[in-house]
Design a protein around this ligand. Structure first.
Ligand SMILES: Cc1ncc(COP(=O)(O)O)c(C=O)c1O
Ligand SMILES: N[C@@H](CCOP(=O)(O)O)C(=O)O
Length: 503
């Protein structure tokens, strides 16, 4: 108990006095007995450390310097509007790890754990509970948050046992979120920073993105909540109705363009160069700072035990790197001693990373992405290709692909065990099933499948599957409703027939 109290008093001192504080912090600290002398030492040392905490900082550096692990003179303040390095390459947000290392792994674990489930602004958010690792310099008052994150890490017991013989399979439901996808994690960070920049007098008229549906939903919601104009470029007829209606309802300026996602991406990059509209796609490395917290959250939910595998569906390929970065930071800062192997799963109809991987990383060629049920990853020329390759190589990872039939069958199987998955989760589940079949993923391996969006955004594909109306697809796990007369006898007949078949 003593240890808990010490920690409580210390962590409260890290919190700003302003903001909501509707209930006290729930604390999950495992140590229960500590001697008084030790406690005293702990208090003193933690207070000393806390004084140094103000030195936390982050800046943009060229991603190439991260890749090659070479120091660079080129860096930019996060308050600058910059998306590319001087050579046109990607940027990365680099934290002052030496400042963060003033606190040990135990300290960070206890701090993050202490914030779970609180309503203390903004630390109850799964993203902002890790604020020091995300955007350390921002004032709490500038943060735009819907208390995103803290999503369910679901033990997929029945799916694992029934279809794979696995007992340690988990699904991280990132789609059970404010706008129904993991994009909320990154968007809270990006829109908060825009809010700050506008308050600082930067002439930003709004924020814009190209989207396959989820980025635009998140952008428009967070912007609406902060009263910032948002602009979204959508490929016409290529996103679900549920996704389309989100930015419309949230008051975004929506352009439906007669092109695909890659065409929209090209246009928004040009437009944001010429107009004072801030770019919200994951080319902007700020987004990934929020998304990386899902990786930290998984560790936290496993009581800091590292899973063997994490499988992530990939499109524009920012998220796979965000997961890598989250795990890697935990390793570098002493919270864990190894990182999981990462698998990026792509639709076979939009598989540029998979083809590159299969070529032995010899020949990257963008592809023309074909129609796929996993419409949010129908992307042929991913902006974060270099980030994804880095994440895969440095986690001893893999890339897998899934055909349309595999995607829909995997989704149906998962749903039949009580989930309600999106097709992108179907892509990741297919990758898992293939890697299990090949014996790459072991039966006892602790495995996490990242579910990136809510299944309710993709009901049309489920309707088509369960009504067996998909051309050239057997839809073998379809469960269509039975039309029956509203009469006792007729109802009894069909029920009896069903029960006999089942027994
Ligand atoms: C639901 C969903 N899953 C997966 C992805 C892939 O994420 P990323 O583009 O970061 O690879 C996206 C967006 O691209 C998405 O919207
Ligand atoms: N699936 C995304 C595609 C854009 O990805 P981003 O992460 O670069 O914004 C979407 O929903 O728009």
């Amino acid at each position: 108990m003593a240890c808990t109290q010490i920690f409580q008093s210390h962590t409260s001192s890290l919190r700003p006095s302003s903001g909501h504080h509707r209930r006290s912090f729930s604390l999950i600290v495992r140590c229960t007995t500590t001697s008084t002398t030790n406690n005293q030492q702990l208090i003193t040392s933690q207070q000393e450390l806390h004084k140094k905490a103000t030195s936390f900082s982050a800046k943009y550096v060229p991603f190439s310097s991260i890749c090659t692990n070479t120091p660079t003179q080129e860096s930019y303040s996060l308050d600058e509007v910059v998306y590319r390095s001087s050579s046109g390459g990607l940027l990365d947000v680099q934290h002052d790890l030496e400042a963060l290392k003033q606190f040990d792994g135990k300290y960070w674990k206890a701090l993050f754990d202490s914030r779970v489930g609180t309503t203390k602004w903004p630390y109850g958010s799964g993203v902002w509970s890790k604020k020091e690792w995300v955007l350390p310099g921002i004032s709490d008052d500038d943060i735009v948050s819907a208390f995103e994150g803290n999503t369910n890490l679901f033990w997929a017991e029945r799916f694992g046992k029934k279809f794979l013989g696995m007992n340690d399979l988990w699904v991280k439901h990132c789609g059970i979120s404010h706008t129904g996808s993991f994009k909320d994690l990154g968007m809270t960070v990006l829109v908060s920073q825009v809010n700050r920049l506008r308050k600082l007098g930067q002439p930003l008229s709004g924020v814009g993105c190209a989207s396959t549906g989820d980025t635009s939903a998140a952008l428009s919601a967070y912007c609406a909540s902060a009263n910032i104009p948002s602009f979204v470029f959508l490929p016409s007829n290529k996103i679900s109705m549920a996704q389309l209606v989100q930015p419309i309802a949230n008051g975004a300026f929506v352009l439906s363009l007669d092109t695909d996602f890659d065409g929209c991406m090209k246009l928004i990059r040009e437009v944001t160069t010429d107009l004072p509209i801030y770019l919200a796609n994951s080319l902007n490395s700020l987004r990934l700072e929020g998304q990386k917290t899902a990786a930290i959250e998984i560790l936290q939910q496993f009581d800091w035990e590292v899973p063997d595998w994490v499988i992530i569906p990939g499109g524009n390929l920012g998220n796979i790197y965000a997961f890598y970065k989250g795990f890697k930071m935990c390793q570098e800062l002493g919270l864990i001693d190894r990182i999981p192997r990462l698998v990026c799963a792509q639709s076979a109809n939009a598989n540029p990373l998979y083809l590159y991987y299969k070529s032995g990383w010899k020949n990257f060629k963008p592809v023309k992405a074909e129609t796929t049920f996993a419409s949010a990853i129908q992307i042929g020329d991913p902006v974060s290709i270099d980030r994804a390759v880095f994440a895969i190589k440095n986690s001893n990872g893999l890339v897998a692909e899934a055909t349309e039939e595999e995607i829909m069958d995997a989704m149906a199987k998962a749903d039949s065990t009580g989930m309600f998955t999106c097709p992108h989760t179907g892509v990741a589940l297919t990758a898992l099933m293939k890697l299990r079949d090949e014996g790459v993923i072991g039966i006892n391996d602790k495995t996490v499948v990242v579910s990136t969006a809510h299944g309710l955004k993709f009901t049309q594909s489920k309707i088509e599957y369960h009504s067996k109306s998909i051309k050239d697809m057997a839809c073998q796990f379809a469960n269509p409703p039975v039309d029956v007369k509203a009469e006792y006898g007729a109802v009894m007949d069909v029920l009896k027939k069903f029960l006999v078949k089942k027994l």
